[in-house]
Ligand binder design. Sequence first.
Ligand SMILES: O=C(O)c1cc(=O)[nH]c(=O)n1[C@@H]1O[C@H](COP(=O)(O)O)[C@@H](O)[C@H]1O
Length: 280
Amino acid sequence: MTLEPFGARLRRAMDERGPLCVGIDPHRSLLVEWGLNDDVAGLERFSRTVVEAVAGRVAVLKPQSAFFERFGSRGVAALEKSVQEARAAGALVVMDAKRGDIGSTMAAYAESFLHKDAPLFSDALTVSPYLGYGSLSPAVALARENGAGLFVLALTSNPEGGEVQHAVRADGRDVGATVLAHLTAENAGEEPLGSFGAVVGATLGDLSSYDLDINGPLLAPGVGAQGATPADLPGVFGSVLRNVVPNVSRGVLRHGPDVTALRDAADRFADEIRVTLESS
Ligand SMILES: O=C(O)c1cc(=O)[nH]c(=O)n1[C@@H]1O[C@H](COP(=O)(O)O)[C@@H](O)[C@H]1O
């Protein structure tokens, strides 16, 4: 059975549950803070707890693959389980693996995460366009076939990102703006929302010089541990605020291992985001 396009599924989830995305980022330091061992059993326990706490109430969960890959094949098995459990509980899953390679290899990465029969099938995947946006075309094609989506790194939340993303091309446009323009073309005519999103950091301040109106979702990491707050979102995203999916990882996760405390922390962020959206 082919899924409805990711953009449509995401729009509905955001409207029903609010737009918050909670990250599943099992940092070694968090495992220790939670009283868990820094091993596969600790990893499994951590991710199961996050899924139990929030997968039934937030729109999106975003497991960060790096923290699972650290444990080799058993870590990847834990990631698989976590994706499947989160999806079964009704959350959309964005796999944060930030893949990017030459086109023919990109096709294999796409099959790993975006083919509906893949063990790690996720509703969307984060990808890097820095081998050239066109290198992502096999992932765009496979995502379309399978009702999945992509989040393409455009203007990232980290301070180092600018040296690449603000580099100005011969035509006067910078690299980040070029990525956004490609996404606008990808999403043209899609309703209610395209499936090809951009990653735009919530930490970046005024972005009014960029056209963020890509008719697709904007994944906004940086809220919480990196210093941005829900109240900052209107100043960063302006008129496209309704398409923003703010991500919080450590800002929620540091409240574990208690399931209720995790849930309450996610609810507080969700409430702040709702109030911000309503008053903008
Ligand atoms: O693609 C991402 O999710 C991402 C892009 C970006 O520009 N900045 C960024 O922090 N992220 C991810 O978002 C999460 C942020 O985590 P916290 O800072 O703990 O909320 C991590 O999993 C990062 O890898």
